[in-house]
Ligand binder design. Structure first.
Ligand SMILES: Nc1ncnc2c1ncn2[C@@H]1O[C@H](COP(=O)(O)OP(=O)(O)OP(=O)(O)O)[C@@H](O)[C@H]1O
Ligand SMILES: [Mg+2]
Length: 269
């Protein structure tokens, strides 16, 4: 059965979508079948693979928004999963239609809280599922946590980046009341520039505060991530020899170790 990880932080631009995009390539490289679920009305992850024109013109019933239209028929949504240009990586796209369902009071959404959870339960053909959340802790993030086995919190090592973490932790605790098995995969330091004293200091501070929850691998600020994204290819496939790709692969292996999952032999091109 797939292991489902949601990437959450109410901080915008901290690297949630970028991490999903590039990690998917690394997991696929390790032979895993990956499903990406875009739970952000911005649709960044979907656009990364499929282009903005295509994604913005998708009707609601071809996006994850359709799961909230009528939860009783969620299991009929097989067509929601589309292939990406990357072998081994599939995607449930999102676009602006999801915004109507991202209300700020998730606890009042009743059965709808389980929409993504139940949908994923009907799609067990994947090894790993990554859910990309919007920069808030509203219904989309809540529904993602209810569907997930574990939470990963991307955090840039600076003041604005670390603000709001308390609210994120509180929200995870609340979600655990509904989903007691939800575990903390960890805090992932993203967009780090170790040439900056302030980034080195914040990394140290995060490690002191959160201990082993902070993943050993640090994702640097690197143009290779942006270039690969522009070419619609995860960095591992676009330029596997660059440091950004090696660190993403190291991150994928570290995550697999944490969740107790092994690499597969199925290597993709
Ligand atoms: N490690 C990195 N190195 C260089 N650029 C990065 C890195 N991580 C993210 N970016 C760039 O920063 C911008 C914001 O990143 P991203 O969209 O992944 O953040 P996000 O947390 O998903 O944002 P939002 O909260 O709006 O969903 C993007 O243009 C992305 O390409
Ligand atoms: Mg995003």
């Amino acid at each position: 059965m797939a292991h489902t990880i949601c990437l959450i932080n109410q901080k915008g631009g901290c690297g949630k979508s970028s991490t999903c995009f590039h990690l998917a390539g690394a997991f696929a490289h390790l032979g895993l079948r990956v499903l990406l679920v875009d739970m952000d009305p911005q649709g960044s992850l979907s656009q990364g693979f499929l282009g903005s024109v295509y994604v913005e013109t998708l009707s609601s019933d071809h996006t994850i928004a359709s799961l909230f239209d009528d939860v009783q028929f969620f299991s009929a949504h097989a067509s929601l999963i589309v292939d990406t240009p990357v072998d081994g990586v599939s995607l449930c796209p999102a676009n602006q239609h999801l915004a109507a369902y991202n209300g700020p009071s998730p606890e009042k959404t009743g059965l709808g809280q389980y929409a993504v959870h139940d949908f994923l339960n009907n799609h067990r053909e994947f090894d790993i599922v990554l859910i990309d959340c919007p920069p808030n802790l509203y219904r989309c993030s809540w529904t993602a946590m209810v569907a997930a086995d574990a939470v990963l919190i991307p955090v840039p090592p600076e003041d604005f980046g670390t603000q709001g973490l308390r609210a994120v932790h509180q929200c995870i605790s609340q979600a655990r009341q509904l989903k007691p098995t939800l575990s903390m995969l960890g805090h992932l330091i993203t967009r780090s520039d170790r040439r900056l004293l302030v980034h080195r200091m914040y990394e140290q501070k995060l490690r002191e505060m959160y201990g082993e929850s902070v993943l050993e691998t640090v994702i640097p600020e690197a143009s290779a991530f942006k270039v690969a994204l522009t070419c619609r290819r995860p960095v591992q496939l676009h330029s596997p020899r660059v440091r950004a790709a090696k660190l993403t692969l190291q991150l994928a292996r570290e995550i697999l170790e944490r969740i107790g999952m092994e690499e597969r032999n199925r290597q993709v091109a």
